[in-house]
Each structure stands twice: as C-alpha cells, then as structure tokens.
Design a protein around this ligand. Structure first.
Ligand code: KMH
Ligand code: ZN
Length: 275
C-alpha cells in the first residue's frame, strides 16, 4: 500500500569540509536552525552527525547528549544519531553513540569501499549494535550500501530477532564510490530483495551526488521514502552549490506532492517506524 512520504534530512555527514562547503551546518546553532527549517517544510526524521569546534567529525559523548536534548527541545523531529560516524572512528565510540539515548540510530549492514577509504562494519560489530539497540529501546535504521547488505540483514533478524518496536526500516544509500550504483535498475533490484525481509518492511533511499534525483524519483515511484540533505548532496544542479538543507528538503517535498504522496507528519512517521 502506498502511503505518504517519510522525509529524512541528513544535514551534515562526516565527509564534507566546512572550508569547502560553507553552507554545511556544523555548530549546534547551525544544526538547530536547519532542523527547524526542514521540519517546517516537511522533514520528520533528522540523521545527525556532529562536529567539534574545528568542524571536524566527532562522536564526543557530551556533545551528542547536548545535541539530542537540544533537538528534542526545539523540534518534534525524530532524532536519529549516526553510529557510522566517520571512516576513522573506532568501534567502541560508534557503539557508545547509543549512550546518548536517541530515538533512532543508523546500523550499517556490512563493510563497503568508500571512495579511497573503507567503511568497516564487521559482522560481530553489527550484532553488538543491533542487540544493544534492542536492549535500550533505540529503533534502528538499517543502512544498505550494497545488495549483499540486505542478505546480511535477513541473517541478522533471523538469528537475533526483530528490532525494538518490531518494525523494520532500511535506507538504501546509493552511489557511494565502492557501493551499489544510484540507478533505477539497482533500486528496483534492492526493493525486490525486501520480499525476503519481514512483511511490512519499509525503505527510504538516497543517491549520493549526481544520483540524487534519479534515486529520489525511483524511490517515490516504487513506494519508497526519501532521505535528502547535504550529507549526500552538495550540488543542487550543474554549477550550483546547495545553499541550504532547506533547498533539498523543499525539492523532495515538491516531488512527493507531485507523486501524490505528501510528507508524513512527525506523528505519522513515529507510527510508521514503530517508535
Ligand atoms: N560517514 C560514513 C562513513 C551512517 O551514518 O551510519 C558512514 C555513514 C553511515 O554516514
Ligand atoms: Zn550518516
């Protein structure tokens, strides 16, 4: 059944440098402003990476807690912390993200080449993340960078059970150099593989860089949801840098409305995700 569209904003990420992308929100004030603007436009979930005083990616526990509290105070957005961090972050710090007690956290379902780097996600680490989230009542969003990650998810759920809340939601992160391409054909193949996952599993999709629009259109037309934001897209159109996350959320909302699948409210999103 086709529903409205869950819109997630991923405003910052860990990859872009503030010096190269001045519009990137890196301070708490910048993040809160972006969050409020994007919520007003129709975003329901915020996928959060934070930065330190030098705008470098960090998983500092104090800052994470402060960020979760501030987002809850200023918005009704569902707060999803990244447990992926940056490719250089140690596993212990990535697991400790859950100590900041977000509503949701990402859980990447396998290792993937990541440009010139490797985004390492060992099986034992994934199991630890999944079971800790079950214990603490944090709802996962399973990040799928390649088709085999869906097979790993099937294995994970078969061995360790459903996530907290019982609903399975995955996010196809497409077009990473080293992962699955951001094409309609690949999205359709990934969607087909969802039939091996629990009934009712939902998916979002995001295409990195120039795959942003093809993936957005393919996701909407196949009943999927959307993730957009400057974590994934820093060029709005050829020769036009993204000016703010609002611009990307507004474009996603426009496409969702054209598809007659308007944005879900935060309350509807909570219900969909089993929060
Ligand atoms: N920054 C990437 C290495 C996640 O947030 O869980 C990992 C990432 C995935 O962004
Ligand atoms: Zn992320």
């Amino acid at each position: 059944m086709t529903t409205g569209t869950l819109i997630t904003v991923a405003p910052t990420g860990a990859e872009s440098a503030k010096a190269e992308v001045p519009a990137l929100p890196v301070t708490l004030d910048e993040l809160l402003l972006t969050a409020k603007e994007c919520e007003a436009l129709g975003a329901a979930v915020i996928h959060v990476h934070i930065r330190d005083d030098e705008a470098r990616p960090t998983l500092d526990q104090g800052r994470l807690r402060e960020t979760v509290a501030a987002l809850r105070e200023s918005t009704d957005l569902i707060v999803q912390l990244s447990s992926g961090g940056a490719v250089t972050d140690p596993e212990a710090d990535r697991l400790a993200v859950l100590d900041a007690a977000p509503d949701m956290a990402s859980c990447t379902m396998g290792t993937v080449n990541f440009g010139d780097d490797v985004f390492l996600n060992r099986w034992e680490f994934i199991v630890e993340l999944h079971t800790r989230m079950q214990e603490r009542g944090v709802v996962p969003e399973y990040e799928i960078f390649d088709l085999g990650h869906l097979t790993a998810l099937q294995r994970l759920l078969g061995r360790y059970g459903l996530p907290h809340g019982g609903h399975v939601h995955v996010d196809f992160v497409m077009g990473v150099p080293g992962g699955m391409p951001g094409t309609t054909e690949t999205l359709v193949a990934a969607r087909q593989m969802l039939r091996d996952l629990p009934e009712g599993t939902t998916f979002s999709a995001t295409g990195i860089g120039r795959s942003t629009i093809p993936v957005l259109l393919a996701s909407l037309s196949t009943g999927g949801h959307l993730r957009v934001g400057m974590e994934d897209t820093v060029t709005y159109a050829k020769g036009r840098p993204v000016e703010s996350n609002m611009q990307l959320v507004a474009r996603a909302v426009g496409f969702a409305q054209l598809a007659q699948r308007p944005p879900l409210t935060t309350a509807e999103a909570r219900e969909l995700l089993g929060l």
